[in-house]
Design a protein around this ligand. Structure first.
Ligand SMILES: [Zn+2]
Length: 252
């Protein structure tokens, strides 16, 4: 009896041992699975957060400013005032979209040199840079808008200066600039019907050597009486800004 009990208890003990071992194995497995799930959750939350927080950074450059007023529009307004008004509205329009952040090279009527603007753009490293001008000249009949992108000549110059591995990246900036120009052309056409004077290769100092998709947009001719009226109208300025914002948002 005693022996039997002993045998039974030995059996019971070894059974318990096995059982405990199994439980421990289960526990470890559970802990491992739980840990893995927690890590997976943290990792995916970080990914989601990153996806949500990715903001496109746009630099808007209202041309001229301060002493340098650009082309004269009327006794009160110069090109610098119209470009600033459009730029400020464009910034407001873009930042209403949570995926966009917009920085201006000047947000008031002050002189900023081309070199300083360029330095700022290089430092900020935006996803897009857009410089806003107003046109003049070629008689009273010239009208509409022109869009300039950093040209192939500029690209060739950069290719000579840089290693071949960066060539593809530079090509991408150029392709992106042209693609954005095409979208802007389409959207500005609703404001200046059939008045696109084309997408042109730039000879613009500001664009030279910039490693970001960048454009200079010359909007409207102050020398054209009809367009002058449009340009001084806050409604048209706002419509231009909205067309540019729409273009930039649809570009991404
Ligand atoms: Zn200008």
């Amino acid at each position: 009896m005693n022996l039997a009990v002993d045998k039974m208890s030995i059996f019971a003990v070894s059974k318990r041992k096995i059982k405990t071992g199994g439980m421990m194995f289960n526990k470890t497995k559970k802990m491992f699975v739980t840990g893995f799930m927690v890590l997976l959750f943290i990792f995916s939350s970080v990914l989601v957060a990153e996806a949500v927080e990715k903001k496109y950074l746009i630099v808007i450059d209202p041309a001229h400013g301060g002493e340098e007023s650009g082309v004269k529009i009327n006794d009160k307004l110069g090109e610098k005032d119209v470009t600033l008004a459009i730029a400020l509205t464009l910034q407001k329009e873009l930042t209403q979209n949570k995926n966009f952040e917009a920085v201006l090279t000047r947000d008031s009527d002050k002189a900023v040199s081309l070199e300083d603007r360029k330095k700022d753009i290089i430092k900020i490293k935006p996803d897009i840079m857009i410089s806003i001008h107003v046109n003049a000249g070629f008689g009273k009949s010239a009208a509409g808008f022109e869009i300039y992108y950093p040209g192939f000549k500029n690209l060739e110059k950069q290719k000579k200066q840089t290693k071949s591995s960066t060539k593809d990246v530079k090509n991408k900036y150029l392709n992106d600039s042209v693609r954005l120009a095409q979208i802007i052309q389409k959207n500005l056409d609703t404001l200046f019907p059939r008045k696109s004077r084309g997408i042109r290769e730039a000879n613009q100092t500001l664009l030279e050597g910039l490693s970001v998709p960048s454009l200079v947009v010359e909007i409207g001719f102050t020398t054209n009486p009809e367009e002058k009226k449009k340009l001084v109208s806050p409604n048209t300025q706002s419509d231009i800004a909205k067309a540019l914002a729409k273009s930039i948002i649809s570009f991404f």
